[in-house]
Design a protein around this ligand. Structure first.
Ligand code: NAD
Length: 261
């Protein structure tokens, strides 16, 4: 129960990696603010289930991470309801795949807003309270694409490299305030974000879905295994622990060896 009495806000936590992180932090005693899109009844089921299973308070805020005003309202409400946001996990993210000269400009804007700029807003709004408390943890869910590129993912790769830069900069600014700021760079994790790409890729390449997983998605991942949500959540939990107080400004790979090549 290392996070008992702490409040964690996890953006994009109605699905995939964010949901796994929210579950893990709640299991270790944190009150949680869930955020993200989805069907209202499904989200309410998740919210009440996580609260009941762990004996913690769980709130849901449907703020759109592409809108600064919605992020401001979410942070104000979280601070008013819980008194502090001690752990901030910037996880919300979207993807679009297209050659750069055909990249829809609205998709570019949305990816930069959700995957990068939202972390600037949540960070600037969470920091005053963390500074006052003399304790805080910010974990940015970046990607292997914060370190290396793949073709046709210009906006995503640019945003994720930006997240790495934001992580290092903020870490330096708050290094003496008891606040750490780190980025986690997962390789492929089999979440809805990735699953959605499989049938289309299979059709486009005329291969089976199993072949897409092994020969396309895991082509660059030496373990030939997907990283799991639980493994990413475990690393996030460690970064939020007392023992990780000296880890800050780190860009941490959890990618089955992808970026070692
Ligand atoms: P996912 O699609 O399962 O979950 C994304 C979450 O973000 C959902 O809760 C969704 O509702 C939310 N979201 C999307 N747009 C939003 C918006 N405008 N406002 C608020 N919430 C919004 O995806 P995932 O795979 O769990 O991805 C989570 C993060 O991990 C992303 O930042 C992604 O880039 C990163 N990542 C994923 C992988 C992977 O292989 N799955 C690898 C590396 C990094």
């Amino acid at each position: 129960m290392q996070f008992k009495g702490k409040t964690a806000l996890v953006t994009g936590s109605t699905s995939g990696i964010g949901l796994g992180i929210a579950r893990q932090l709640a299991a270790e005693g944190a009150n949680v603010v869930l955020n993200g899109f989805g069907e209202a009844a499904e989200i309410e089921k998740l919210r009440s289930e996580i609260a009941a299973q762990n004996g913690v308070q769980v709130r849901y805020d449907g703020a759109d991470m592409s809108k600064a005003s919605a992020i401001e309202a979410m942070m104000t409400k979280a601070l008013a309801e819980f008194g502090s946001v001690d752990i901030l996990v910037n996880n919300a993210g979207i993807q679009h795949v297209s050659p750069v000269d055909e990249f829809p400009t609205d998709k570019w804007d949305a990816i930069i807003a959700i995957n990068l700029t939202s972390a600037f807003h949540t960070t600037r709004l969470a920091l005053p309270g963390m500074k006052k408390a003399g304790w805080g943890r910010i974990v940015n869910i970046a990607s292997a694409h914060a370190l290396v590129a793949s073709p046709f993912k210009s906006a995503y790769v640019a945003a994720k490299h930006g997240v790495a830069g934001l992580t290092k900069t903020v870490a330096l600014e708050v290094a003496q305030a008891g606040i750490t700021v780190n980025a986690i760079c997962p390789g492929y994790v089999l979440t809805p974000l990735v699953e959605k790409q499989i049938p289309d890729t299979a059709k486009a390449r005329g291969i089976t879905e199993e072949q897409v997983k092994k020969d396309v998605l895991l082509a660059a991942q030496p373990t030939k295994k997907f990283v799991t949500v639980e493994q990413v959540a475990g690393l996030c939990s460690y970064l939020c622990s007392a023992g990780a107080a000296s880890m800050t400004g780190a860009i941490l790979s959890i990618d089955g060896g992808w970026t070692a090549q």
